[in-house]
Ligand binder design. Structure first.
Ligand code: OKP
Ligand code: ZN
Length: 373
């Protein structure tokens, strides 16, 4: 399996975040990236490394998901913030445009006139997603990694004579699944999997997997511990992208991910949330839900499957409350290989915070996928 990476994913390195009112060292660290890379290079025969090009143009791909003003904001926010006297550690909001504020709902605000601190709250929904001097560079690198992995996937899928499932791993950071069209949050700035889905739609074209609106069908399977509220939001009204998420309830991001959220308008029925309880979800409970998710994806009939790969479902994860094991992750990979016989899968890295076993857990998922009969 090809592993796509970029050394620029390492440059984003905030010092701290605020969790439950406490200032703590930033959990989504560059070290996460290093340990995954190391674990996969320990078995060079199964994984081949490809470095994404820094020269790759990603503008049009960003705009397939994000608003132009949001992309500009992420690009320029740090400089504007520092110029306005903000802390050089990075842009962090202190106030948010709450939906209950009537004036904001009326749209009376001229967004272009807001101070940097006000824009911070407009474009970000939590205190875990600072924009540092290097954030934009790393977030762009993550998109370059994702798109390079998707290109490899489409090429390999077309060439493949169906000896085993075709998979590619996009080793991304910062992650993406909490980012919405014009919103950062949960360590995420640009939604890598959403950009992957749009790119794969532009490449795909097997008539059997085109939906009623004649768009190629893509499934996003989100196995990160947290609900991918950004990804769900982006595709909520879109029947061509089926979003399926397994996640913990109750936990961050708190306000989304119930089973009753199934899509809206033409997208009704194309969002599937499978919330699972904290503390009592282990390998068996998780795999039962995952097999159901895979069955639903097969019914949908996607041309490609995009996996939001989080291993923060791990038993020792410092911020999560599931009990999956490393052996369980091999079975997770095997179950994903059964999503759509013959379709290709791109795995895109999301969460996972127990450094000591992070690499082994990612490797277990990918090897489980690769060796599935
Ligand atoms: C990103 B990903 C929970 C606080 C959560 C941010 C978590 C972001 C998770 N006690 N703070 O989905 O792994
Ligand atoms: Zn997560």
């Amino acid at each position: 399996m090809k592993v796509v990476y970029s050394t620029s994913c390492l440059v984003h390195n905030p010092e701290y975040e605020t969790l439950s009112g406490k200032r703590v060292p930033y959990l989504e660290s560059p070290q996460r990236y290093e340990v995954i890379r190391e674990a996969l290079s320990d078995s060079e025969d199964s994984f081949g490394f490809v470095e994404a090009s820094e020269d790759m143009e990603v503008g049009e791909h960003l705009l397939s998901v994000h608003s132009p003003e949001y992309v500009e904001y992420v690009k320029n926010a740090y400089d504007a913030w520092v110029e306005d006297g903000g802390d050089e550690a990075g842009v962090v909001p202190d106030t948010f445009p709450h939906p209950k504020l009537i004036n904001f709902k009326n749209g009376d605000i001229d967004v272009t006139k807001l101070k940097p601190i006000a824009k911070a709250g407009l474009y970000c929904f939590d205190l875990s997603t600072p924009i540092t001097a290097d954030t934009y560079k790393a977030a762009i690198a993550a998109v370059q990694v994702t798109l390079t992995a998707c290109s490899i996937l489409t090429t390999e899928s077309k060439a493949s004579s169906s000896e085993g499932p075709v998979g590619v791993f996009a080793l991304t950071r910062p992650p993406g699944h909490h980012a919405a069209t014009s919103l950062s949050g949960g360590y995420c700035y640009f939604n890598n999997v959403a950009i992957a889905a749009r790119f794969l739609q532009s490449q795909a074209q097997s008539p059997s997997s085109v939906n009623a609106e004649s768009k190629p069908k893509i499934a996003i399977l989100d196995i990160d511990y947290h609900h991918g509220n950004g990804t769900q939001d982006i595709f909520y009204a879109d029947p061509s992208v089926y979003y399926v998420s397994l996640h913990a309830v109750p936990d961050y991001p708190y306000y989304t991910g119930t089973a009753s959220e199934t899509g809206i308008g033409p997208g009704k029925g194309y969002t599937l949330n499978l919330p699972l309880p904290t503390y009592t979800t282990g390998d068996e409970e998780y795999l039962a839900a995952l097999r159901h998710a895979v069955h639903k994806i097969n019914e949908f009939g996607a041309e490609y499957v995009v996996v939001s790969l989080g291993v923060d479902t791990y038993q020792h994860d410092p911020i999560c409350k599931f009990g999956l094991t490393t052996a369980g992750y091999r079975r997770v990979g095997g179950a994903i290989a059964r999503a759509g016989a013959g379709v290709g899968t791109v795995f895109v890295m999301e969460g996972g915070y127990f450094i000591a076993d992070l690499g082994a857990n990612v490797r277990a998922v990918l090897e489980g996928y690769q060796t599935a009969g």
